[in-house]
Design a protein around this ligand. Structure first.
Ligand SMILES: Cc1ncc(COP(=O)(O)O)c(C=O)c1O
Length: 363
């Protein structure tokens, strides 16, 4: 498998810089803030032994209740969405000859398929049409029995597939006896004035949805994610996870259940962070000038502006990291040079500082 370019970039700079304006998480909770915000008591009675290797029954039930027609048997709790993606795509690679992926994409979503010999084509999102996905186009690209892989809301562009787009994709997939795979780790992040993201889940035996506590709940360090899918696929993934991680971390399951119960409060917190950051970007646009072409996200916490400079975006982001201590993600790691990934989930003051530094580099 090729190096995971985005994770390599973070591996080099994430903990070396002072200002991070490229990450995809909402500002993470500290434990004290989490307890205060949720009103929960730290659970001193949790057993720190091994857990149910599918994930605790109550957490699987809580998650299943969010997906119409799903039961706990459709759910596997994983170590982040990363493990869910790895297991599910390894298993699906045995079922499908080809795949179409919404692109650019989180590299894991296609690299696992490619490494298993699946023929992968790219359904391109483009800034020319404001990152509006043309669902009908994806349908025309699908071969017989193919897997369609979407990320909704989208990383890195902030694009959103709405309910009617998802209907259109489901029809195209069903017409070819295919599969629909939807990575929904950003789904809890609705934006003011935009439609709420909805899940692509259907209890039709051919849909797999992925979720996580990392992005929408500010709990990336809990490493809790999940998949919801047909029982036989979930069973196979469960079998594979015995070779990878055995079971989810004990305390983290408590964190996840507590956060899911207090979803409304956490969503309000997230909304205020992203609103403040979007307002900051809007205010800074005149300073950033015409070399910074910004399309606001429709959901989630990410934007993928185009940068029109002489130097490459790799060179620009390397300079920012090494000389200015500002982390931005170059489009090269998404195989889309000339763009940068901007994260809108952090501290607005840090974003203001990072964008000022970027503006100086763009003059
Ligand atoms: C689309 C997508 N899927 C999965 C992941 C992995 O998330 P987790 O922290 O839950 O493993 C990420 C992380 O950036 C992502 O952007």
């Amino acid at each position: 498998m090729k190096d995971f370019a985005l994770e390599k970039w973070f591996g080099k700079y994430e903990f070396a810089v002072e200002t991070d304006i490229g990450s995809s998480c909402i500002r993470p909770f500290g434990l004290a803030e989490f307890l205060k915000e949720t009103g929960a008591q730290f659970p001193t009675d949790v057993s720190l032994g091994y857990r149910d290797s599918k994930g605790s029954l109550s957490l699987r039930q809580t998650i299943a209740s969010r997906y119409e027609g799903a039961t706990e048997d459709n759910v596997l709790i994983t170590i982040g969405a990363s493990e869910a993606n790895y297991l599910a795509l390894r298993v699906l690679a045995q079922e499908v000859p080809s795949a179409v992926i919404q692109f650019p994409a989180y590299q894991q979503l296609y690299e696992v398929l490619l490494s298993a010999g699946v023929d992968v084509s790219r359904w391109q999102m483009s800034i020319q049409n404001g990152y509006r996905p043309e669902a009908a186009e994806a349908g025309t690209m699908l071969g017989q029995g193919a897997l369609l892989v979407i990320t909704n809301p989208h990383n890195p562009t902030g694009a959103l597939l709405e309910a009617e787009d998802l209907n259109c994709l489901h029809s195209a997939v069903a017409a070819r006896d295919g599969w629909l795979y939807s990575d929904e780790v950003y789904s809890g992040l609705a934006l003011a004035g935009q439609p709420r993201p909805v899940t692509a889940w259907r209890d039709n035996g051919r849909t797999i949805c992925i979720g996580s506590m990392s992005k929408s709940y500010g709990l990336a360090g809990s490493r809790i994610g999940w998949m919801v899918g047909p029982r036989h696929i979930v069973q196979q993934c469960w079998g594979l996870r015995d070779y990878v991680s055995i079971c989810p971390p004990a305390l983290s399951e408590w964190l996840a259940e507590t956060a899911l119960e207090r979803g409304a409060e956490i969503e309000a917190r997230n909304r205020s962070i992203i609103d403040a950051n979007l307002a900051t970007v809007t205010e800074m646009l005149p300073l950033l000038g015409p070399k910074f072409e910004f399309v606001p996200p429709r959901a989630g916490v990410l934007a993928f502006p185009r940068i029109n400079t002489e130097m490459t975006t790799w060179e620009l982001c390397s300079l920012l990291a090494e000389e200015d201590s500002v982390l931005l993600v170059p489009g090269e790691v998404f195989e889309r040079p000339g763009h940068v990934r901007l994260g809108l989930g952090g501290d607005p003051e840090a974003l203001r500082h990072g964008l000022k530094v970027l503006a100086r580099r763009l003059v």
